[in-house]
Ligand binder design. Sequence first.
Ligand code: GCB
Length: 599
Amino acid sequence: LPVQAEAMPRTAVPPIALSAPDDMPPLIANVAARQTRSLDGTWQAMIDAYGAGMGDWKAAWRDRTPERPDEFHEYGFDDAFTLQVPGDFNTQHPQLHWLEGSVWYRKRFDFDAERLQRQQRRLFVHFGAANQRADVFLNGEPVGSHEGGFTPFQLELTGKLKQGENRLLVHVDNRRRRDAVPSMGFDWFNYGGLTRSVRLVELPARHVRDYHLQLSPDDREEVRGWVQVAPAQAGLPVRVELPELGMAVDARTDAAGRAAIAFRAPLQLWSPQRPKLYRVRVSAAGDAVEDEIGFRSIAVQGERILLNGEPVYLRGINLHEEIDGRRAASDDDYRRLLEQVRALGADFARTGHYPFGEEFVRQADRMGILLWSEIPVYQGIDFEDRGTQQLMQRMLAEMIGRDRNRAAVVMWGIANETAPGRARDAVLTALAAQARALDPTRLVAAAFYGPGFHGARLQMHDPLFPALDVIGANIYYGWYVPWAVEPEEVEWIPPGKPLLISEFGAEARHGHRGAADRAGDWNEEFQASFYRKQFRLIRRLGFVQGTLPWVLADFRSPVRMHPYQGGYNRKGLLSEDGERKLAWDVVADFYRTVVASPQ
Ligand code: GCB
């Protein structure tokens, strides 16, 4: 079997038609369960604030060592300056704190390239995420590039490895750009670097690349999906097993290397109360991979959201992937964040405003916490730019590709607070269609600026609504926007689809106490009374299917410059150190008392 290395297309060129997002090699599903070698730990590093190492002038990517006495290169690595992977670079060295620029990472590893070739196996380097752009080089040769700071990517190293020592070099650039996603302005810290795990993944020449196995949306006793074998070949036998149920299902690939799977099984459905996961084994072409998959259905009916056929009220919370003043990265970081979600009495979380690490989602699967996972299509995106459009499509495909077997994820978010317009409407409508095509088993959502008051009336309109299953309203009445009337007098016209209050919050500095009617005092009493007033409104709105306070914990944001903020968005129910503010109990009480639906 000829082993052909896959090239990862660069994102900036050339523009593609909006309807053809999948010209890239599909992600290797469930990498952690594969034969891997972790490259996490200490990497040599080099700061390149002007990004000079990328071109031919300084050419740091060549990673050369002088060979003659008169030769020198204006770059180099040693063990004195290093970075830990996974982790953001900004918080690892004081001189990197405010860097929005380039950092080079280097890792040397030994590899038996002859064995790989002899056994006709393939090697990939897989990055959990690199913010924002990454250029990867092996032994001084370019391997590929990737853009987008929160989704995984892999590059094939087969045929490029040396026997013995290999040097992997990664240029990571976190400069904000107008045509990037997110764009120039966003309300969180722009943590750069190799923020998630890096692994070498070894696979047989032909292998199970990906699979999608979920409960059928129309039949709660049927599992549907597919298994993708790469490289594609027709007629290959594929098997899916659920040992606990004594089940084994056989199928064959089509010309695209894909085998359709459908079988009936007496499944115990996954739910927050009982997050049942089944061990699933997928095998084909002599390759096999094991996963833990939960089966549940999520659907909408009129204004309601149905989980396993039953209406649910989603007790939610927004959170950022941040802990201890840095980008959260470890399994333990994720566990701590999810335990806080649970302590609040929430069973639903929105990973604002980007996909978190895969292990976060897997822990949510095990703990029974529902997730709304979104791509960072945030205020200020350049929807006209073809490269930006392509980037959004790629991110959506990477987010869905990674997590579409996770029962915890119930909705894909395609945007937050984007302003209607011809290009935006067209692009986001196409993204919604793309999300459905990639995963017909989940809901598609977006969060919008909350409606403005017309007297006592609130009504939302957006040309994007027809493309969505769930609408999110970010309301800041009493903070950014004044209340026009008392909550009891508000007349909110239902949008005719499930509505979530996807954000609401106000700022307070933990430990600062004061008068409940003084917003500009940044005190905890004000924040608590803000929430009480929101709940007076929300309890009256029977069509609201769930609430997501903004936000679980104070998080770093350079746009928060007031002395009381000190570089943090202070809308947390917790301080950045995890201390509870008064508002915590107000939300926790609401979640204890709100029954299925507040109607
Ligand atoms: C929003 C944004 C969120 C901000 C929040 C705020 O509407 O979606 O990213 O952090 O408001 O605190 O202003």
